[in-house]
Design a protein around this ligand. Structure first.
Ligand code: WA2
Length: 281
């Protein structure tokens, strides 16, 4: 009798949670495939054609018109690999200096337009953004290697050739935690079974997408009926001893809980969805 009711309740929660986790994972996977295709587009039409068939206007229009193909993303951008020896020539050609992304004091940078940012200090190499979707135009000219999370992503993306994800961090011009997905773009000399070193050498740039997780998960869950019934949290559990809450209000509730696994396609990152009923039985 009572046991039966408890079992049914657990089953309902599990089904609802699994459905939400699957939806989120599927939408993420769809947008990841499309970001990968954008990396190939840049390789083919920017690096593969002389002169290039892509400029900021073309990139901006194309990425805005295809935004529907990349659910959950807040914007995409392309950063070029620039060794220090080519910095001067690069800056002269573009008519702007490579800017530094402050990571120690993001509160300042948050509200800055790139024109007010400091030039990047001397480094072996830089990753300045040259093309962006209109929604993230504030990162144009910023050296993505000057931000801790972006830098780690760039290094891992180019050594592996896979799409890689950052840990959650506060994105520029956003008040929420988000993640960045990065694909390296290689020149055509890359051998089929390339070593990490060969990949690094063949790298010409980085195509990245940013995900403002809270607002995008909210939008996704909103499309579902019975949103009022359950409470959802999304965690980055890569570091098992200190999970990071990426979506949902922090909970202390000890009631019925179901945990659904989330796979965002980067084996180095682990995520979970936690679901609870809002109402006690
Ligand atoms: N994109 C948007 N907002 C950000 C951000 C970012 N990175 N980093 C901090 N706030 C061009 O991996 C290359 C995008 C980085 C790609």
């Amino acid at each position: 009798l009572n046991e039966e009711i408890v079992l049914r309740r657990e089953e309902t929660l599990a089904n609802m949670c699994d459905e939400r986790a699957r939806m989120l994972q599927d939408q993420f996977n769809v947008s990841m495939n499309h970001v990968h295709a954008l990396a190939i587009l840049v390789s083919t039409f920017h690096h593969g054609k002389h002169p290039s068939a892509i400029d900021q206007k073309t990139f901006g229009e194309y990425t805005e018109r295809t935004a529907f193909e990349r659910p959950l993303t807040s914007g995409v951008a392309y950063a070029l690999k620039v060794p220090h020896s080519e910095r001067e020539q690069f800056e002269k050609q573009h008519g702007w200096t490579i800017k530094k992304m402050e990571t120690e004091d993001q509160t300042l940078v948050q509200d800055c337009i790139p024109d007010n940012l400091d030039p990047a200090p001397i480094q072996d190499e830089y990753a300045p953004v040259i093309f962006s979707q209109e929604t993230v135009s504030h990162i144009v000219s910023i050296d993505m290697m000057s931000g801790k999370e972006d830098r780690e992503n760039i290094l891992r993306a180019r050594a592996t050739g896979k799409g890689v994800l950052t840990s959650p961090f506060k994105l520029l011009k956003s008040n929420h935690l988000g993640v960045v997905l990065t694909f390296a773009v290689y020149n055509t000399d890359l051998p089929p079974k390339a070593t990490p070193q060969q990949r690094i050498e063949a790298t010409v740039g980085y195509l990245g997408a940013s995900y403002d997780v809270p607002s995008l998960v909210e939008k996704l869950l909103h499309q579902l009926a019975s949103k009022q019934m359950i409470m959802v949290n999304v965690y980055d559990i890569t570091n098992a001893s200190s999970p990071i809450n990426m979506y949902g209000t922090e909970v202390t509730d000890t009631g019925l809980l179901h945990i659904s696994n989330l796979d965002f396609g980067d084996p180095q990152r682990k995520h979970e969805m936690h679901c609870r009923f809002k109402q006690k039985p």
